[in-house]
Design a binder for this molecule. Structure first.
Ligand code: NAG
Ligand code: NAG
Length: 796
């Protein structure tokens, strides 16, 4: 490790230590106990005294007593919503001085008795069974209060007074089912809150007169507005809205869960157009009834943004194009119409101020905004989750949008056919979301030239073509969840800094990725079927060389898929030896080992003369086998000697001093023609006599013998055919090596025998002599009949 690396290493360790200490500290300061949904009927007694956050929501607790929570002196957050508490004495919390957050919503509270709770920031008493507003005098001292949730069936101006002087961030007021019988419209006048959310009783026709225009409110949210019976629109509701005009501070209005008619819906829009409201959002709308044509008055508005989410129209024949026209000509900057089943939208009739259009989750087709030049200011367009089919049509649709920088056409069924139409995107486009479509490799031939952010995840891309136009501005590319088999280099994307390519089919990512992609800050390549073989080592190594926060989800998402034996192993833990990977090294190692082995074998052979031993053993076993096959008795009857020995006079010393003592000592009888000489017969006759009475004939071969003696026997052998093919009466002992050339060419038999190596070689080393003699004895040893022996001796 270099000095530099070392200091970076130290720095990293210190950093990790600091991080750990910080985590410990923050863990120490928060002790969360979650006993929600556990069927509790009482506050459990076994709670840690250190508890700071206690969640007992969604149980069946019906009572709360001082003793239950007395000891939890550090309790800061207490959630006991969705239980069955009917009565609460706030003084049960008098020992929980730290309590800041108390959620008692969705109980059955009818009554509370109060106690000052100075530190409380969040108090939720909404969705309970209170009749009157549960605001006691003591609430007046809760100066920290940021959120107050209330519920009531009757409102009285006087009940708000105790908190009139507070500046509450948000008040949620849930009106009970029987609200509205005796209403005081002015009840909320003294409420001092920035945000007010009123939940009307659900399912009830709106005939409320409560004035919701609290003078301090900037945000107003109204839930559960149902007015379907009033043929003239929503008279009561419109009166409520009318009063909002008094409050010039109001900037955000949200309506949730509305059931009304098309006419009163448009009237509501029209009404809001002329208030101080800047952000108007409506969600969960059910519309019915007819729509009368009226001109929409766009003048004199503060509105910047309108959002419609989840609109269901229960009528099927209504003038759609009229509605599209109302929306497309709105003089606002931000328009969202999502989850509405809208099938079309028309081009604004003049240059539109729209900067942002979100038409996601509808039923729009490729025909939307065809040849539309009036969206010249549009910066962001989302057509996510519609029914777009041809990329070429999308290009055509956006061609005239000169300011368009962000386009989201994800989650459609877009495809791109290279042969259809031109591919000229609007030059302004910087971010394009084409994810979750059915695009293939060809899409790379049709991308906006200045694009910086490109999302192509979840398509059908198999490879990124090499010859694509250079996208030099591209910084962020997401091609996750495709079928890519290779990790692309940055040849065509010289600015790429974020690449997301997880969930593909990459098994062998190339190791030079980081070399090619110098600007990469984030690579997410996990969940690919990595093939853990030698090639992958280089890639893993290259991952190790970049900063750890560059590789996202490392190491957990990077697992071996193949081979089977490594399946599930994290890449981080994958090890394979240098030897099995480096072919050159492997070859060298095998070569060296083989060479060493060969040398050892040669050495052994030279040292121990292994081939000699092998031959000896082989001959021994052959002798044994043959001995078993010979019909012994017949032989035994005629034989007097175990062997006849013939040798050259030059070798007689060896025969007398070595051979005879060693062979005869075991009772083996040898016929020597000079020793067992029968007088009156020629030498040759004596020799032949000897041969015929012996079980075997031994010839001691040496150059001398070959030169001087062999000729005698050649003739004899030829004549008697005694030594015919396969006969094993003959034993040749090679006393000295005989060079082939020294054998006269007429000695065919000898040559053949030498060539077959059917001789016993006299070993020069003394250590081998024992085996030699044993072998020789074994080959001539046979049990001779004593009688025959005697006879022969008498003959002698
Ligand atoms: C009003 O709503 C918009 C959009 O949701 C939000 O950005 C803005 O902060 C809200 N204004 C206030 C005063 O809360
Ligand atoms: C593209 O749209 C998908 C949803 O369809 C979203 O999850 C993704 O974050 C978007 N990509 C970008 C770069 O905004």
């Amino acid at each position: 490790m270099t000095k530099e690396n070392l200091s970076i290493f130290h720095f990293a360790i210190i950093f990790i230590l600091i991080l750990e200490i910080r985590i410990q500290l923050s863990e120490e300061s928060e002790v969360l106990v979650d006993r929600s949904k556990t069927g509790l009927t009482h506050v459990p007694k076994d709670l840690s005294l250190e508890t700071t956050i206690l969640d007992l929501s969604q149980n069946s607790i019906s009572e709360l007593q001082t003793s239950d929570i007395l000891s939890l002196s550090k309790l800061r957050v207490f959630i006991i919503s969705h239980n069955r508490i009917q009565y609460l004495d706030v003084s049960v919390f008098k020992f929980n001085q730290e309590l800041e957050y108390l959620d008692l919503s969705h109980n059955k509270l009818e009554k509370i008795s109060c106690h000052p709770m100075l530190n409380l920031k969040h108090l939720d008493l909404s969705f309970n069974a209170f009749d009157a507003l549960p605001i006691c005098q003591e609430f007046g001292s809760m100066f920290q209060l940021e959120f107050l949730g209330l519920s009531a069936t009757q409102l009285q101006k006087s009940s708000v007074l105790p908190i009139a002087h507070l500046h509450i961030g948000k008040v949620l007021l849930v009106l009970g089912d029987s609200y509205g019988e005796r209403e005081d419209p002015e009840s909320l006048q003294d409420l001092n809150t920035q945000s007010l959310h009123i939940v009307y009783p659900p399912g009830k026709e709106f005939h409320f007169m409560l004035d919701v225009s609290v003078s301090t409110a900037v945000n107003l949210e109204l839930s559960n507005i149902r007015c379907v019976l009033d043929a003239n629109g929503c008279h009561h509701f419109q009166n409520v809205l009318l009063k909002l005009q008094k409050n010039s501070k109001l900037s955000n209005l949200t309506l949730n869960n509305i059931e009304t008619t098309w006419n009163s819906f448009i009237t509501t829009l029209q009404f809001v157009w002329h208030t101080s409201i800047e952000y108007f959002s409506i969600s969960s709308v059910k519309l019915q009834g007819q729509l009368d044509f009226r001109d929409f008055d766009y003048s004199d508005t503060s509105l910047k943004a309108l959002s419609l989410h989840q609109v269901v129209s229960e009528v099927f024949s209504f003038p759609q194009s009229y509605i599209y026209k109302i929306f497309s000509n709105m003089n606002i900057q931000y328009l969202t119409v999502s989850a509405t089943h809208m099938v079309h939208m028309v081009c604004p009739s003049q240059i539109s101020p729209f900067l942002y259009l979100d038409f996601s989750n509808n039923a729009l087709t490729d025909m939307v905004f065809k040849n539309c030049a009036n969206l010249a200011n549009l910066n962001t367009l989302s057509l996510q989750m519609n029914q777009l089919k041809e990329l070429v049509n999308v290009i055509h649709m956006t061609k005239e949008m000169q300011s368009l920088q962000q386009l989201d056409v994800s989650q459609n069924t877009l495809r791109y056919d290279e042969n259809e139409g031109s591919c000229t995107w609007t030059g302004s486009l910087l971010s394009l979301n084409l994810s979750s479509n059915i695009l293939t490799d060809s899409v790379f031939r049709c991308l906006p030239p200045r694009i910086k952010v490109l999302d192509l995840h979840n398509n059908r891309i198999r490879s990124i073509p090499k010859d694509v136009a250079h996208l030099e501005a591209l910084q962020e590319l997401n091609v996750a969840s495709n079928s890519l088999a290779h990790l692309p280099g940055c040849g065509s994307f010289s600015s790429l800094s974020i690449l997301t390519i997880d969930y593909n089919s990459i098994s062998n990512p190339s190791a030079d990725f980081f070399q090619s992609c110098q600007k990469i800050r984030s690579l997410k390549a996990g969940n690919n079927p990595f093939q853990c073989t030698c090639e992958l080592r280089d890639f893993i190594q290259s991952l190790g060389q970049v900063s750890s926060d560059v590789v996202e989800s490392w190491p957990d998402s990077y697992e071996c898929e193949y081979p089977e034996s490594y399946k599930g192993t994290l890449l981080k833990d994958f090890r394979v030896s240098e030897l099995s990977c480096n072919t050159a090294l492997l070859i060298v190692t095998i070569g060296v080992t083989g060479l060493a082995l060969a040398l050892t074998m040669t050495g052994l052979c030279v040292y121990f003369d292994l081939p000699w031993y092998l031959r000896m053993l082989c001959q021994w076993t052959q002798t044994r086998r043959r001995a078993r096959n010979v019909p012994l008795e017949e032989l035994q009857r005629t034989l007097q000697f175990h062997a006849f020995i013939s040798y050259s006079g030059h070798d007689s010393a060896w025969v007398k001093n070595e051979l005879l003592p060693n062979v005869e000592k075991e009772g083996i009888k040898i016929c020597l023609h000079e020793r067992n000489f029968v007088p009156g017969k020629s030498i040759m006759e004596n020799i032949i006599n000897c041969i015929e009475k012996s079980y075997k004939s031994i010839f001691v071969l040496s150059p001398n013998f070959v030169q001087s003696e062999w000729c005698h026997y050649e003739l004899y052998f030829a004549h008697h055919n005694l030594f015919h093919e396969g006969s094993d009466n003959l034993i040749l002992i090679l006393l000295d090596s005989i060079p082939q050339y020294s054998i006269p060419s007429s000695y065919h038999k000898l040559k053949a025998l030498m060539a077959q190596r059917t001789y016993l070689e006299w070993p020069k080393e003394k250590s081998k002599h024992g085996l030699f003699w044993a072998n020789l004895r074994a080959s001539i040893n046979i049990k001779l009949m004593e009688k025959a022996e005697e006879i022969s001796y008498t003959q002698i």
